[in-house]
Design a protein around this ligand. Structure first.
Ligand code: TYD
Ligand code: MG
Length: 498
């Protein structure tokens, strides 16, 4: 144990190791995250490996392989199984991250109970709660009868010994990896070295025995799985469980998955009796919609293989600030700036003197560029006061030239819209046609979209106001085009409220 006295400094956020303390981590840029730790890595390596022995050649196998892979562990919670790529893979390790209180433990207790009731051996190890507390939650969820093995333990070696005893374990849940510690290293529990070493032990256990191990990970304020980014590289799949306190639904998203797609989402609703699946999220996101109000557009989006319809709300108000406000919830602010710039430069819709607020209803988060058209429609509708047709959906990507580009999976989006009772869709030219029950209005450019909406604009209110204040009449009668005159019309409309 010559290395015992040696210390090193490790960043608690990303795991980078330094020989001296410093205030800022060069690797991840975090401040005050570097803490002194025993030089554990050297100690954790078994003596045989340190002795510099010669390696042993292993037999190579062909890709075809003779053995049949073990069947996936399907727990019957459809949303969870789908995100996992069709069930958990035996011998794999999965990390589930999420804010405290979002429902990670609830979800995993439910999944454990479901698998246990299918006759599999499931062990749930809680490092945060006492066995009684886990039991209490299971009772509340009506799952107390399920034959899940419970333990409250934080020592990784003890956990592995427990799992190894008795019949083979199919699924082990470790809640949470941040509370685990290993005898083989000397740093305090919760430090990066401990978390990494414990995770390594559990990963090795999973690979050796073919058990599926699920690790729960906490998330820092900026949304990263706390401490061990290193753990993300060691596991086979990383899921994040998201949602915000104000809304009852939760979304399980795959960020990395060696055995399935990464763009799938699972939608759950937190109820008094635990998490329940939401098989049709569009219905949830569109419930209580104020369809007749200006500034709202329904976006036909895709999340993985599944279409999801969400409402996009925009509010445009004259600004009293030198630099107008741009506030976005649920979408990329840079993307909003781009759409505003394209509307300004290519369609003459001037929003430079207006505060712009954009919200994706229900707390949903959209990552697709296909939302550009719906956002533009909501913005123009908000500016002109013209409500969009209540039975229309929008999708399409805007390019910087002002053209609207086709997006993938048009027919799937249209089918979902038709299923939910929408009768029209505004979509890129050549994107998708021929879905029963839905009329597609193709738009080739944002200017064409602006013209379409402007044609619906109420003329009374803005006109009267404009005349009262001696201004020019509001909207242009001609369809807006990418010419300066069409722009003039919108500029004057923009100034009416002043
Ligand atoms: P929990 O699973 O403990 O969260 P995590 O493990 O991610 O920290 O979930 C706790 C929250 O879920 C808590 O705020 C209460 C809520 N909840 C319900 O609304 N209904 C329920 O049936 C349960 C068990 C929890
Ligand atoms: Mg928990």
């Amino acid at each position: 144990m010559a290395k015992r006295d040696q210390t090193s400094f490790a960043c608690q956020a990303c795991g980078a190791v330094y020989t001296r303390w410093q205030g800022k981590c060069d690797a991840c840029g975090a401040w005050n995250t570097i803490a002194e730790e025993a030089a554990a890595v050297a100690q954790a390596v078994p003596a045989a490996q340190r002795a510099g022995r010669k390696g042993r050649a292993v037999a190579l196998e062909s890709l075809e392989g003779a053995g049949k892979p073990a069947p996936r562990l399907v727990c019957g919670i459809g949303e969870l199984d789908r995100v996992a790529g069709g069930g958990f893979v035996p011998g794999s390790v999965l990390l589930i991250g999420g804010d405290p209180g979002i429902g990670k433990s609830t979800l995993l207790v439910q999944a454990s109970a479901a698998l246990a009731r299918r006759g599999l051996k499931v062990v749930y190890v809680s490092g945060e709660e006492a066995v009684d507390q886990v039991r209490l939650r299971a009772q509340r969820l009506g799952l107390a009868q399920s034959p899940v093995g419970l333990a409250a333990e934080t020592n990784a070696e003890n956990i592995i010994a427990t799992l190894a005893a008795g019949p083979p374990v199919h699924l082990a849940v470790i809640d949470s990896i941040q509370t685990m510690w290993s005898d083989s290293v000397e740093s305090a529990p919760g430090t990066v070295t401990q978390v990494r070493t414990s995770a390594q032990l559990l990963v090795r256990y999973a690979k050796q025995t073919g058990a599926c191990v699920i690790l729960v990970g906490h998330v820092t304020k900026d949304g990263q799985i706390a401490g061990p980014r290193v753990v993300e590289h060691m596991v086979d799949a990383v899921f994040s469980f998201e949602g915000d306190g104000g809304h009852q639904f939760r979304i399980l998203r795959a960020q990395k998955n060696r055995f399935g797609p990464t763009d799938e989402i699972g939608v759950f609703e937190m109820t008094g009796a635990g998490l329940s699946e939401v098989p049709n999220p569009s219905e949830l996101f569109l419930s209580n919609r104020d369809a007749g109000a200006p500034g709202t557009a329904v976006f036909a989006g895709m999340e993985g293989t599944r279409p999801v319809l969400v409402e996009i709300q925009a509010l445009v108000a004259p600004s009293s600030l030198g630099t107008p406000r741009r506030a976005v919830v649920g979408w990329d602010p840079a993307r909003l700036s781009m759409v505003l710039a394209v509307l300004d430069a290519r369609c003459g819709v001037r929003l430079g003197g207006h505060d712009v607020y954009l919200n994706v209803a229900g707390g949903f988060r959209i990552a697709e560029p296909a939302a550009d058209l719906a956002v533009a429609a909501a913005l123009v509708s908000a500016l002109t006061g013209a409500p969009l047709p209540a039975d229309a959906v929008y999708f399409g990507e805007a390019s910087l030239t002002g053209a609207v580009r086709p997006v993938a999976q048009g027919p799937a989006r249209l089918k979902e819209a038709a299923k939910l009772g929408f009768a029209q869709a505004v979509a890129p030219t050549g994107g998708a046609e021929g879905v029963d029950g839905i009329a597609v209005t193709p738009v080739g450019s944002l200017a064409a979209l602006v013209a379409q909406i402007a044609a619906r604009a109420p003329r009374r209110a803005p006109m009267r106001e404009a005349q009262d204040s001696g201004g020019r009449p509001g909207l242009p009668q001609r369809p807006a085009r990418a010419d300066p005159e069409a722009g003039q019309g919108y500029e004057s409309e923009g100034q009416i409220g002043r």
